[in-house]
Design a binder for this molecule. Structure first.
Ligand SMILES: [Zn+2]
Length: 281
């Protein structure tokens, strides 16, 4: 499932190729994904110039010259593939729901086998009023998301910190993997009550959240050529996690394999959490 760094690299890949270009043709293969795609969607895109991109949480906003923004969510399995004008046109991908072709012949497909993704069209001037965006908390990489802001948001909350950080109203775009990683790096147990984080623990956690995301975005940028894989797929990349998916292994913080009880996995609110019980408290 794409998380914030993957969405950011998908967005950068799109921006590198589409900004300033005119969408000569847009075609939908179906009228709905997770939600209904608004009527007139393809018509609104056709002939519009792409003026810029923005990411909000795990959503991509593609701004058009016609005063509208395309809202894109990749859901569980969504991906975008891009092909240059000089490449032979690819065989139509299975589960390709949207195709956009620029005036120069760039071809962008939105593919989503499980259809938990989303496409919507919203006025650019009112992006943040969209029902899916309006209650969203601060962006984790914004300077405004600091220890003070996090402390304030967590005060009095008697849920585990893991659940609190997945709450998009507290901070936007954090998902299961990056929360596990940031808590590991900050030495905080995922079970610890959120109301005990304000103060020193928040001050420890904030830089680890930002570093975890920033490093993953940088890895995406360096491992892909302009954020695109050789097959044209945007944004996904291999990344080595410190705890995620490493159940039973010794963690890198403990002094040695004999000192570490081994990374454990537990299920919180239906999601896997990985942690080292020795130094995460
Ligand atoms: Zn350990």
């Amino acid at each position: 499932m794409p998380e914030l760094p993957e969405v950011e690299t998908v967005m950068r890949g799109l921006a590198a190729r589409l900004e300033g270009r005119v969408i000569a043709r847009a075609a939908l293969a179906r009228g709905d994904l997770r939600r209904l795609i608004p009527p007139g969607f393809a018509e609104a895109l056709t002939g519009a110039r792409v003026t810029g991109f923005r990411r909000r949480g795990k959503y991509i906003l593609m701004r058009l010259s016609v005063g509208q923004s395309v809202l894109i969510h990749l859901g569980m399995s969504g991906r975008m593939a891009i092909h240059s004008p000089i490449e032979p046109p690819p065989d139509p991908a299975k589960h390709e729901h949207l195709v956009m072709i620029t005036a120069e012949g760039w071809r962008i497909g939105f593919i989503d086998p499980r259809r938990f993704g989303l496409l919507d069209l919203i006025p650019t001037a009112n992006e943040d009023a969209h029902p899916l965006l309006r209650d969203m908390g601060p962006e984790p990489l914004d300077a405004a998301f600091d220890a003070k802001a996090l402390s304030l948001a967590l005060t009095g909350r008697r849920t585990p910190i893991k659940a609190a950080l997945l709450d998009q109203r507290i901070v936007a775009g954090l998902g299961n993997i990056y929360v596990s990683e940031a808590l590991f790096r900050a030495g905080i147990s995922p079970r610890r009550l959120a109301c005990t984080i304000p103060g020193a623990r928040a001050a420890r956690l904030i830089p680890e959240i930002k570093a975890t995301l920033t490093e993953a975005i940088a890895a995406g940028g360096s491992s892909l050529r302009d954020y695109v894989q050789p097959d044209g797929e945007l944004g996904y990349f291999q990344h080595a996690w410190k705890v995620y998916g490493r159940e039973g292994e010794a963690c890198e913080r403990c002094p040695g394999p004999s000192a570490c009880p081994g990374i454990q996995r537990m299920v919180q609110a239906g999601r896997s959490t990985f942690f080292c019980p020795r130094h995460q408290r």
